[in-house]
Design a protein around this ligand. Structure first.
Ligand code: FPP
Length: 248
């Protein structure tokens, strides 16, 4: 397949509504979300996507009812335990982005172990966003730059986009090319505010537990049909200028 996005980011929305529609608890909806999550990882790896970032739990999700938060945290620990061998066997490099100190000690330990174990893998770069918010990400980078300025190790004039990006959670991962959101809402909801600057946005009405290969295929086909201009004219694009804008 031509024109494969380098970096796909997915907001996996609609588990709760799927659960309600099926008359089961919301936690069961989140469990049903594991099947499409595995599918998305497998399919992206198979198609040669370089990086996949999944929005599993936002900074704002902490405000959900405590029993839902706790069932999600248990699901994350259990699924990491269950999936890590297979991810590693498939050379997937797993990293977590977000404010991990807010997560339970148990989950933090699983995360550190998964990251360490897969760090040298050369396959799909899988980022799982947990306790993540795009604004939080930008603020923590700004704080670090302020610290560096006040300690005298850099001057304000040294701050450019590359230095800023190097302090964001996705440092080293290319910008998102395709951002998919399921569940019918057409919002960014504080996901990748920096790396999504030029992403193509694909909104699917399908609830996440029902998102299947055909749906993912439709998102890729949408991406394949887009003309990405990065602020340039069509004539400049034809002359091959886009790469200079993307990777200065
Ligand atoms: C949003 O649906 C979904 C979540 C907050 C949880 C997503 C988590 C998974 C699919 C499990 C993935 C697991 C790993 C380890 C990556 P919602 O609850 O907001 O749905 P609603 O809008 O219908 O209420």
């Amino acid at each position: 397949m031509t024109n494969v996005p380098r970096h796909v980011a997915i907001t996996m929305d609609g588990n709760g509504r799927w659960a309600t529609a099926h008359g089961v608890p919301r936690a069961a909806g989140h469990r049903a979300g594991l099947k499409p999550t595995r599918m998305a990882i497998q399919e992206c790896a198979r198609r040669g996507v370089e990086a996949l970032t999944l929005f599993a739990f936002s900074s704002e999700n902490w405000n959900r009812p405590p029993d839902e938060v706790s069932s999600l945290m248990t699901l994350f620990v259990d699924s990491l335990d269950r999936e890590i061998d297979e991810l590693h066997a498939n050379r997937v490099r797993v990293r977590f982005i977000g404010d991990r100190k807010l997560l339970s000690v148990r989950l933090q330990a699983r995360i550190a172990a998964a990251e360490q174990r897969t760090a040298a893998n050369d396959g799909l770069k899988l980022q799982i966003a947990m306790s993540y918010g795009g604004r939080w990400d930008i603020v923590q980078a700004a704080q670090e730059l302020a610290r560096q300025c006040s300690s005298g190790s850099i001057r304000a004039a040294d701050i450019d986009e590359a230095r800023f990006a190097s302090l964001l959670q996705l440092a080293g991962v290319p910008d998102a090319d395709l951002m998919i959101r399921t569940g019918g809402e057409q919002r960014i909801s504080n996901f990748l505010l920096w790396h999504g600057a030029y992403a193509e946005l694909y909104f699917s009405p399908v609830l996440w537990p029902e998102f299947d290969v055909a749906e993912l295929e439709a998102a890729f086909a949408f991406f394949g049909g887009r003309e990405r201009r990065f602020g340039l004219t069509q004539a400049q694009l034809a002359a091959g200028e886009a790469m200079k804008v993307r990777e200065p």
